[in-house]
Design a protein around this ligand. Structure first.
Ligand code: ATP
Ligand code: MG
Length: 334
């Protein structure tokens, strides 16, 4: 049934996350909560779109912020082109900011309301992309045209003078100005009208092909994920439980959590929805237990859980061309 089945750590040469863990501490006694828990992921050095999906609070944004260098992990490391992003020398910081760009959910919070957006574009072009000041406007215009805008439509405007969709396109143009190799887009379309969403995600697909950019696309929306991505990583309670080609993961999910996630999408078969509603109901009751459990965090919701699943956290297991964090796919049944 399974092509290969052994425990390994994935390797890649654009981005590599090695057992990355981020703990947030709360209260007087510093209760530690693992928002990201032992994530290992690798992106090959080629244009591709990796979606990171998972329910609210599963650690997607925290993981994105770790990759961008905004959060320092408590353990593990993030390598971008072989360099640890949390230990960059001062000369490499500018290089990293050029290579890796971000687009966030709310474009209005990315721009100071009292500053014209052009000043951001100019600053990025000159200071980060090192474009000659005399050529900056021409360059900015070309990049704005790639997102369906132009310099004359943007130059005199403040953020509130744009619609959400337009301002998100300005944010994407700003990211493109540095000629990045990787763009991390954290729920970039979730605040936009449904009619505009496909337009923006289509741009990612186009830029991947035209400019050879890799994207990490963070979303709750599995339909746009399926539509634009090459790979998908499913997060659950801080862990990546399944990662592989999007078609395989979404059409033939291996991890029981991915299976439940897919069953939650409206479908004619009534039993599937029933099963999903049952797990949602259950999750409220067992949530605390899931965080402190020594074994798999999904075990108490999983229909296939065995004794081992409650005792020992599952490893990343390679199954053909994907990685699944589930004992069901281990050769070691002990
Ligand atoms: N700076 C912080 N300090 C303390 N806890 C945090 C911080 N940032 C995130 N968390 C907690 O870490 C967990 C993961 O949050 P995160 O924002 O990464 O989830 P998410 O998957 O992006 O969720 P959503 O889909 O709602 O955006 C949540 O429980 C959140 O409350
Ligand atoms: Mg988030």
């Amino acid at each position: 049934m399974l092509a290969t089945c052994k425990e390994v750590r994935p390797v890649g040469n654009l981005l590599e996350l090695r057992s990355v863990t981020k703990i947030f501490r709360y209260g007087l006694f510093g209760f530690g909560f693992k928002a990201v828990d032992g994530v290992s992921l690798a992106l090959e050095d080629k244009p591709l779109i990796l979606t990171i999906a998972g329910e609210s609070g599963s650690g997607k944004t925290t993981l994105a912020r770790i990759i961008l260098g905004f959060h320092v992990p408590d353990s593990g490391e993030v390598l971008y082109k072989g360099r640890n992003v949390h230990r960059l020398q001062s000369g490499d910081i500018k290089w990293f900011r050029r290579e890796v760009q971000a687009v966030f959910q709310d474009p209005y919070s990315s721009f100071n309301p009292l500053r014209k957006v052009y000043s951001y574009l100019h600053e990025t072009a000159v200071n980060i992309a090192s474009v000659d000041k005399r050529e900056a406007d021409g360059y900015i215009d070309t990049v704005l045209k790639a997102v369906g805008l132009s310099l004359d439509k943007v130059i005199n405007k403040y953020p509130h003078e744009f619609s959400g969709g337009e301002l998100q396109r300005v944010a994407i143009a700003r990211a493109l100005l540095t000629r990045p190799r990787l763009i991390i887009a954290d729920e970039p379309v979730s605040m936009l009208d449904a009619s505009l969403r496909i337009n923006i995600v289509n741009m990612f697909k186009e830029f991947k092909e035209r400019y050879g950019i890799a994207f990490i696309y963070i979303t709750h929306d599995l339909s746009t994920a399926y539509y634009i991505s090459d790979e998908i990583a499913i997060m659950y309670r801080g862990s990546v439980v399944e990662h592989g080609p999007v078609e395989k993961v979404l059409i033939e999910p291996l991890h029981p959590y991915t299976q439940t996630l897919m069953e939650s999408i409206p479908m004619p078969e009534p039993k599937a929805r029933e099963r999903w509603l049952k797990t949602i109901k259950l999750s409220g009751v067992i949530e605390e237990k899931e965080f402190i459990a020594g074994g798999c965090k999904y075990a108490s919701r999983c229909p296939y859980a065995s004794k081992k699943c409650f005792e020992k956290p599952p490893q990343d297991i390679v199954v053909g061309d994907r990685v699944v964090k589930c004992w069901l796919y281990s050769e070691q049944k002990t």
